[in-house]
Design a protein. Structure first.
Length: 183
């Protein structure tokens, strides 16, 4: 369970696993853009799609865990606008990390394709009908959402570093199993 000052081991594991997978998924999509053939791009993107499914499941688990074990209270020294911005960024994270995989599934379904999750199981196409123009449009929006997510990650990381290194309140250590949290 989360303590008053620090997140639980499970919350930390989910947080950092999701963070690493989001970055990996982004890099995979970038690598696919440079693929030599359409087939090579498809093979690379299959990993992107599979990781999207995994991220969705982990984010859902993280949200369930937040209900079972509410997060620690905000650090006392944080200003009101900082708390508001943190809440908005976290809400946007959860919204994007849940909506983006669903949008990807709808887009891929618009081409009639299933999602293979590393050969372990398949998500069948959604019953949306074949419409490649719709699929392309959704993929474009999905890409823009991905850029938004990367900007939010940068803001989140910079805020954690600012609080830890400048304010010296140990905010970053709330999500790490080591270090001192002030307060």
């Amino acid at each position: 369970m989360n303590s008053q000052a620090r997140y639980s081991g499970l919350a930390m594991l989910l947080h950092w696993t999701i963070a690493v997978l989001v970055i990996a998924t982004w890099r995979i999509a970038e690598a696919a853009e440079g693929a030599a053939t359409r087939e090579a791009k498809g093979a690379i993107m299959s990993n992107h799609f599979a990781l999207g499914v995994v991220i969705f499941a982990l984010v859902a688990a993280r949200l369930v865990w937040r209900q079972v074990s509410p997060p620690p209270a905000p650090v006392a020294g944080h200003r009101g606008w900082e708390r508001t911005l943190a809440r908005l960024v976290h809400f946007a994270f959860y919204a994007l990390l849940l909506v983006m995989p669903i949008a990807g599934w709808v887009a891929l379904s618009s081409f009639g394709g299933p999602i293979s999750v590393f050969g372990l199981f398949e998500l069948p196409p959604l019953p949306v009908g074949i419409d490649e123009a719709r699929g392309e449009a959704i993929f474009e929006i999905h890409g823009a959402a991905g850029i938004t997510l990367l900007v939010l990650i940068a803001i989140h990381a910079l805020a954690a570093l600012k609080h830890t290194l400048v304010d010296k309140d140990g905010t970053l250590f709330r999500m790490l199993p080591f270090g001192r949290v002030k307060g």
